[in-house]
Design a protein around this ligand. Sequence first.
Ligand code: OGA
Ligand code: ZN
Ligand code: ZN
Length: 529
Amino acid sequence: MSVPDPYWLRDNCPCPECRDPRGGQKLFRIGDLPDGLAAVEAVEDAAGLTVRWSDGHRSRYPAGWDAPAADGDDRTEHAERLWAAADFARGLPEADWGAYLADPEERASVLAAVRRSGFALLRGVPAEERQVLRVARSFGYVRETNYGELFDVRVEPDPANLAFTGRAIAPHTDNPYRDPVPTLQLLHCLRNDCAGGDSGLVDGFRAAALLRAEDPAAFALLARTPVPFRYRDRGTELSAEKPLIGLDPRGAIREVRFNDRSTDTAALRALGPAGLGAFYAAYRRFAAITLRPELRLDFRLAPGDCLLFDNTRLLHARTAFEPGTGHRHLQGCYADLDSLSSTLAVLRRRAAVLDELEALFEGEGAGEYLGEAVTMAAHMLQAAALARAAGAPPALVAAALLHDVGHFRGSGLESTAGTDNRHGATAAARLAPHFPPAVTEPVRLHVDAKRYLCATEPGYFDRLSPASVRTLALQGGPMSPAEAAAFAAHPYGADAVTVRRWDEAAKDPAAQTPAFAAFRPLLLESMRR
Ligand code: OGA
Ligand code: ZN
Ligand code: ZN
């Protein structure tokens, strides 16, 4: 085989000398590698690649280790869906706050909308002070600034900012004078009953892309001209110099900073007469695009609405309002896209685990269950329904639902006959990477719980189904008094007994069971944090 660049290959060595086996962090520095490093011998087989190096080190790369990771930078124009107002003719990306809190998949779809379209609207967030912080903390961290952890937007007697009057505010991004700029903004509406005061959003990436198409020279000029922004008050002095259009190293649009209110116009003088002429022509051209009606999405925030938007991409605006006609009060805060993206990625990772489980329920789960009158899936769904009806905590409902996944062969997992004592352990091992002990321990112990109950509860044995009696012997028969005492002392022994009782009761061929999907929110909430 051809060995790729030796430094790259060696940089990927997975051995415990090169990488911490726990977190995968590199244990050597790139500068530690000798000059002239070369592979002396490279042998590839089905299991992977073995390399002997000129410095005596040996590396072993498992097959498939270098499958390219898909993503790349997901913050550029290429990763997102650029829009004009008409794209939302059928409605805004929005969700109900209650549903968002109750269902992690609803949460994921809201966060995905923020990534894809640059914004989402949560409806029904209690119209009370400080709730905006709760929204931010539902997926990330509040970015506290000199304005505090949150800021109020309402009319003030002695306004230091246009925002605190009834005037219209043209499309802009917030806090361009900060570096790093807050990448995410939230605006929560508490009151909005004045005449006017509607909200507007413009996709700044779309506006920049239009400028590039219509006037490439103006686009290039704005992408390379640092613009000074400034904010100062008695206790604050903030400034940053950034282009209005920020590009990634490959030239893709990645950030828009646009705020005529806080541009340090005096400092622009440094561009010189000719530079100023070219800059203002391009700036005005870009500004005119951001004001095109077809780009501007107009809507009205109602009390309880909380708008989340990407402050590196979308421009936000409001129409003028008449303070005398009522009250308008928004509370806003800043947060960041990286934690939002991380939360979304973890939610998706968890959803993928559930997709796999759901496919097992629908595939193998439709099969016969050790001679019982119900399928394996119906049996487990029934057990979960009983647990839920009993008001069990989520982890125990999850345990009831998943207690027999050890019977599934699934992909790449060792098959079990399903009758011996191991299917509990097999299930627990399979679930352990994704679920905490409160779920996996009752699952692991649910077979032992049967042996325990047979030993300690008069009449329990007589209630077992014929199939369950048959497997009892294979599972070791009733526990000895010593075994039973040890089991009773186990921290999850009692939970395992509880699951076992639902297990026993979940063999009714006439029972109506909910679908696996009905348990997804609960499963997601009970997964490992
Ligand atoms: C601001 C702002 C929006 C609004 O204060 O920067 O954009 O709707 N306010 O009042
Ligand atoms: Zn603003
Ligand atoms: Zn069972």
